[in-house]
Write a protein that binds this ligand. Sequence first.
Ligand SMILES: NC(=O)c1ccc[n+]([C@@H]2O[C@H](COP(=O)([O-])OP(=O)(O)OC[C@H]3O[C@@H](n4cnc5c(N)ncnc54)[C@H](OP(=O)(O)O)[C@@H]3O)[C@@H](O)[C@H]2O)c1
Length: 340
Amino acid sequence: MSDKYIVAVVGATGAVGREMIRVLEERKFPVKTLVPLATKKKNRRTVRFKGKDITVKVTEDASFNGVDVTLFAGGDNASKEFAWEAVRRGSIVIDNSSTFRMRPDVPLIIPEVNIKHIQRHQGLIANPNCSTIQMCMAVKPLYEKLGVTRIVVSTYQAVSGKGKAAGEELKKQTKALANNRKYAPKVFPQQISFNCLPHIDIFNAAGNTLEEVKIVEETRKIFSNPQLPISATCVRVPVMNGHAQSINIQTRKRSSVDNVRKILSRSPGVTVVDEPDPVDGDEKRRTYPTPLYASGKDEVYIGRVRKDLSVEYGFNMWCVADNLRKGAALNAVQIAEFIF
Ligand SMILES: NC(=O)c1ccc[n+]([C@@H]2O[C@H](COP(=O)([O-])OP(=O)(O)OC[C@H]3O[C@@H](n4cnc5c(N)ncnc54)[C@H](OP(=O)(O)O)[C@@H]3O)[C@@H](O)[C@H]2O)c1
């Protein structure tokens, strides 16, 4: 495949933008010219792509002239200001912000789950929230085979989900506290180091956070099931990268733990890592996925599959994925690969 596309990345200096550039290179997306974009900063900044340092430019309307595809990872304000302008100037846009996800004219796509919805696109395709992506990857195969009637999810979300400044805060705060020094929170609403915060994004009148609302509403849109009962609690934990989730489902059909594992292990992009018994009697060889294990990898990992004995047909499972890769950058590049 010859390199023929001009590809822009808005937010190229951020946590997701940098990962996008890595994923484009790793997957050999046919990039003829990479256009890294960000805000105006005093110092000249570069990103590394295919062995070269490319200067980061300031995002403006004219940046999108002649661009074939733009991956937006510049946050809500950048998307509001520039995403449709990029479309008007002829670029396909794949947007990581939450700005347009619920618009009926914007498909919300996870390639393994609902690629057929992409046909409706009008130049702009939205990437779902990182937690939505990994939960849908785990639940959709079971939804199809067993008829999922209710989902209850609790998340354990890494700080990288809040961007590059959040990782710095966790590192510096942990170091300061370990040395009996204070470190006031700047990125998070309270101390994140040695703590857990059930508070991701703003609260609504019903007491849910916006992150919880996103998982519920986005999943319903992706599954084309506006009434699907879903209950979510989202928690930020002092983990550098990789989101984990406890997922509880109720199903219409009876099934076994082995069958659930079998359905999931046959699903593209999902890997079952579930060895609850010690292998050869060795306690250290019980296996389940962790954020450290999933970090840097492309798959969504499932472990701890077991029956929920409190309902007629129900299962619990543990789901882990790299929020910067499948939760953001990889999913966006997979959408681009489908289109080009
Ligand atoms: N982190 C995740 O796991 C994750 C997962 C899914 C979706 N997302 C979404 O992806 C987006 C980026 O998140 P992130 O975690 O990568 O944040 P981040 O690390 O804070 O990076 C933000 C990037 O956007 C740029 N930027 C900010 N305002 C801009 C503007 N008005 N115009 C152009 N560029 C602008 C910044 O440039 P400067 O360096 O010049 O400031 C930086 O490159 C957000 O919408 C986020 O919700 C994140």
